[in-house]
Design a protein around this ligand. Sequence first.
Ligand code: ADP
Length: 728
Amino acid sequence: MNSAPAPTWKHAPGVRASLALLVIACILPVAAVASFLIVNFYTKERAQLIEHTVSRARAVIAATDHDIESIQLALQALSSSSMLQNHDLAGFHQRASSLVGKLRADSIVLIDTDGTLLLSTRRPFGAPLARLGRAPLLQRILASGQPGVSDMFIGPVVGKPICTVGVPVLRDGAIVMTLNAILTPDRLLHVLSEQKLPPNWRASVLDTQGRIVTRSHDMAKYAGQQVNATLRQHLASASESGLATRTLDGQDVYVVYSRSTRTGWTAVLGIPSAELTAGLYNTLTWLVSVTIAALGAGMALAWLLGGRIARSVQALVAPARAVGGGERLPIPPLHFREAQQLGQALHDAALSVQRARADTRESEQRLALAANAAHLGIWTRELHSQDIWGSDQWRALFGFPPGQQLTLSHLLAKVHPDDRAAVQRTLNNAMHGAPRYDMEYRVLLAGGEQRWIGSHGSVEHDADDRPLRVRGVSLDITPRKQAELDVLQKQKEVTHLSRVAMLGELSGALAHELNQPLTAILSNAQAAQRFLAQPAPDLAEVAEILADIVDEDKRAGDIIQRLRRLFSKQDMPPQRLDAGALVVGVIRLVRNDLINHGLAVRAELGEEALAVDADPVQLQQVLINLLMNACDAQPSDGVIVVRVARDGDAVQFSVIDHGAGIAPDMLPRIFDPFYTTKARGMGLGLSICRSIAAAHHGTLWAQNNPDRGASFHLRLPLAQVEAGGSAP
Ligand code: ADP
C-alpha cells in the first residue's frame, strides 16, 4: 500500500480572521468612494458659492457707484443754481442745507480753488470757517474738470473718518470752486445691507488705499482703518479675485472682492471659513462615524459567525479522527448546512470503515484458514529496513519461534549454504526492478533436517515507483522436490539402460574391432616364441615384436576403456570438449558397425576449432544414437555425413543420411517416447537425446532433406573462449 506523504500546510488564518478581513475589504472601499464623492461634491459647491459671492460683490460695488453718481448729479444740479452764479452765498447756504437731508450727506461744503472753505451747511452762514488746503480730490477735480470722490480721511470739522463727493463749479467755463458732499461711513451702509447677507458674513467697501469706507459689522470701530497687508497686496494685483485671510476683527474668512473702474473702490465680501468647510467636515465626520459603526457591526458579526463556523468545524475533528481508527463518535449539533453535510459524510464514512474493517477481518481469517489448509506461510519484507513479518505457519516452515524479531539476515542464515548465493541474487533483482520472483531453495533446520521451500514474492512500489516492500507466500515443497529427484534418477537409469542397449547393438562390431589387436598380439607372440626357440635368438627382433605387442595391447585397452566409459552409470561433470575430436571419437566407435552395413561415414569438420561445455558420455550417446538411426534408415552403399559448423554463438552438429526420410505427419511424433517404426525398436532413443540436449541448454530437431533422406541437428551453446585449450 502506498502511503501519501503527510500534508504540509502553511499557517492559515482562522475563519474569524478571514471573515473580519472580508468585512474590511467590503466596507473600506465603499467608504473611500463615498468620501471621494463627498469631497468632489463640496469642491463644486464651494466653487459655486464663491462664484455667486463674486456676483454679489459686483452688485455691491455697482450700487456704491450708483449712489455716488446720484450724489454727483444732485451736486452738479446745485452747482449750476443762479444763487451761486450771482454770489448769493447766503441763499445758496439755505438751499444747500435743504438738500443735505435729501442726499443723506453729513453736510455740503463749498471750497475755493485754493482750498478755502467758503461755506458749510454744518455752520450757520457767516460763521468763521477753517482753511482746508488743496486736498487730493480738489487737485483731481481742478486737473480733470470732472466730478470725483475722495478716499477716507479724518474730517477737520467732524473729527471722524469721512469721504467727500465733489463736483466742479464753473463760471464762464472755468472752475471757480468745488461743491462737495461730506459722507460719513454709515451713509453707504445700505449698499451692504441690501444684499441681505447671512449675519455672520463680513462685508465692506474699501477706498483706493484699502481703507474701510463702510462695513457690515462694527463700522464705528473700523471705518477708515486699512485692511491687512495680504489683502491689500492682493487687491493691487487683480480687480476681482478671492483669498483666504483674517478680518480686522479676527475672523477667518474666505474673501471675494470686486473693484469699480469708476471710483477705484472695492467691494469685499467675507465668507466665514468655517461655513465653507463645516459642511464638508460634518459630512466627512458623519461618513467616518458610519464607516466605523459599520466596521464595528461587521466585525462583531464576523466574530459571532466565525466562532460558530469554527466551532462547527472543530466539533467534527474528533469524529473525523475516530473514523481513521474505525470508531464512531456521536456527531454534535451543528449550526450550518455544509457542516451538517460534512457531519453526515463522516457518519457514513465511519460506517463504511467499520464495515470494511469487518470485511477485512473476515477475509484475513479466510486467508489465514486457506493458508493454513494449504500449508502456506505468508510474509512481508520491508525493503528499507529488511524487517520481516511472517505468519505462524511461515515461521514454522523456517523453524523460527513465534514472536522473534526477524530480518533478512536471520532468513539467509537458515538457507542452505549451496543455495544462499542464488537466493541473494534473486532478492537483489527484486530490489532493482524485477516485479516478482519465484525461487526454490533448501533450508537447514535444527537437527540437520533439510527442507525444500518454494517462495513466491511480489514487489510493491511507492508513489515514485521506488520498491517499497515485498509480499509473498512460501511453501514446503520437499515432497515434490523428492519426487522430482526420484524421476530424475529414473530418467538417468533409463538413459543408461538405453545406452547399454545401444552398445549391445554395437557389440558385434566392437568385438570385431577388438579382434584385430588380439589377433595381432597372438601372431606376434607366436613369432616371438619361434624366435626364442632358435639356438641364437635375435633379441633385437624379439624386442621389436614385444614393442608391437605392447602397441596392439594399448589399442585394445583404448577400445575397452571407451566402452567402459559408455557402460558407466556415472554422469561426468561438464568438460570443455572439442567438437571435431568428439565426432572423430564417435565415428571410430561405430565405424565397424557401419562397415558391416556397407556404409561409409564422412566427417565435415571445417577449419575452425569449436568447443562446447558438456558431459562427454552423454554427448557421445546422442551422436551414436543419431548415427545408428541414420544407419537403420540408409540402404547399403550409401554415405552418412556428420557435419560440425558454427552458427552464431552456437555449434551445430548435423547427421545427414540418404535414407527414406520421415513421413511428414510423423515428424512431430518421432521425439515422443516409445514412438518407433522398427520391429525391434524401443522408441526411446530420440526422446532421451532431446532431454540430453535440453540439459545442455541446446536443442535437437529433425527435418527431411530436399532430395532424399533426413537430417538431425543438435545445437549447443559455444563454450566461452578462455585460455588453456580444451579436453576431447
Ligand atoms: P527407435 O530407433 O528405437 O525406433 P528412436 O527414438 O531412435 O527409436 O527413433 C524413433 C523413430 O524415428 C524411428 O523408429 C524411426 O521411425 C524414426 N527415425 C529415427 N531416425 C530416422 C532417420 N534417420 N530416418 C528416418 N526415420 C528415422
